[in-house]
Design a protein around this ligand. Structure first.
Ligand code: 13P
Length: 338
């Protein structure tokens, strides 16, 4: 394991107030996004859409890396350029989703475990050959009554995350460790905090047990936030304060960066929360940034609607969100939108 190199890549991912563009939707998930704008789910449309995102001129000023899906890392944009080369031209590091999604967890009704460990070392070698510098694996923890999440589901998901992370580091990819506590449901913010804390404690225990080098990884957690259907959702300052307090208790300072997922927050909410976290304290032990999917793409997707003539507007929408989230990394978001 070359820890110097892994550490340098992880540092580069969070340098200069930049964040990640999560564009690694599986074919099924991007299908849902396309359905919302009445665009057919074809290979050509997926290439057109991802191609326009990666070619948005100036994206590299705000985005350090893009997470790709298996199809995309092998794919050409409509103009014939490899997607990976579009990114490299802008100084953006290519990354790759390597998990195979969630599957029902035997022995835990209503819960899931993320699969994809079989043959992973071989796939990591192949992705390194295709230009990937980092990888992503998402574990999903749902909050449901009664008794969900179980300790068992948290534990097996943490074990899989750590095995994935170790395999990636051995193969030369920086692992993004993503344990996502979902914001679906009507739970309150303190329930989210308790479940997120239990999850992160277990994840860092397993990372230790399996010898993962914390200096060469990135954590991609959820924020501590009220459930979407909660009747009195916590405000921006409370989300920021509770998220940072919890992360200080659970995430060792050797981890170079915490890059949040947006998880169904609106674009504005995701920016405001990131801004408040970076504005609330001068001396955070890790760099706090973003790795947003929906909260970077939603306006761009709506502007595009599958039409060539809308590409410039869609690119502008993406650049605008990326610029604002990078401003939020410096606690300058409110000044930018004022
Ligand atoms: P969202 O920001 O839309 O949650 O997507 C990020 C991601 O990569 C989820 O795995």
């Amino acid at each position: 394991m070359n820890i110097q190199e892994l550490g340098a890549t992880a540092e580069a991912m969070v340098a200069d107030h930049k964040g990640l563009l999560a564009a690694d939707e599986s074919t099924g998930t991007i299908g849902k996004r396309f359905e919302s704008i009445d665009v057919e789910l074809t290979e050509a449309n997926r290439a057109a859409y991802r191609g326009l995102l990666f070619a948005a001129e100036g994206l590299g000023n705000y985005i350090s890396g893009a997470i790709l899906y298996d199809e995309t890392i092998r794919q050409k944009a409509p103009d014939g350029t490899m997607m990976v080369d579009l990114l490299k031209k802008q100084g953006i590091l290519p990354g790759i989703k390597v998990d195979a999604g969630t599957k029902p967890l035997a022995g835990a009704e209503g819960e899931t475990v993320t699969e994809g460990l079989d043959g992973l070392a071989g796939r990591v070698d192949e992705y390194v050959g295709l230009g990937a510098k980092f990888a992503k694996w998402r574990a999903v923890i749902d909050i449901k009554q009664p008794g969900i999440p179980s300790r068992y589901a948290i534990r097996v998901n943490a074990q899989a995350l750590a095995r994935y992370a170790r395999i990636c580091q051995e193969g030369g990819l920086v692992p993004i460790v993503e344990p996502e506590v979902l914001m679906d449901g009507d739970h309150d913010i303190d329930t989210c905090a308790a479940v997120t804390e239990a999850t992160l404690v277990e994840v860092f225990h397993e990372l230790y047990e399996q010898g993962v080098q914390l200096e060469g990884m990135i954590l991609k957690p959820n924020m501590v936030i009220s459930g979407k259907l909660n009747g009195s959702r916590a405000g921006v300052e409370e989300v920021a304060a509770k998220t940072i307090a919890l992360l200080k208790r659970t995430v060792p300072s050797a981890v170079p960066g915490i890059m949040f997922l947006s998880g169904g927050q609106t674009e504005t909410e995701a920016s405001e929360h990131l801004n408040a976290m970076n504005g609330g304290s001068d001396n955070l032990p890790w760099t706090v940034s973003y790795s947003y999917g929906r909260a970077l793409q939603e306006s761009a997707l709506k502007a595009w609607r599958g039409k060539v003539e809308n590409i410039p507007a869609a690119q502008q929408a993406l650049l605008q969100r990326a610029r604002l989230n990078s401003a939020a990394c410096e606690a300058r978001y409110l000044a930018e939108v004022a």
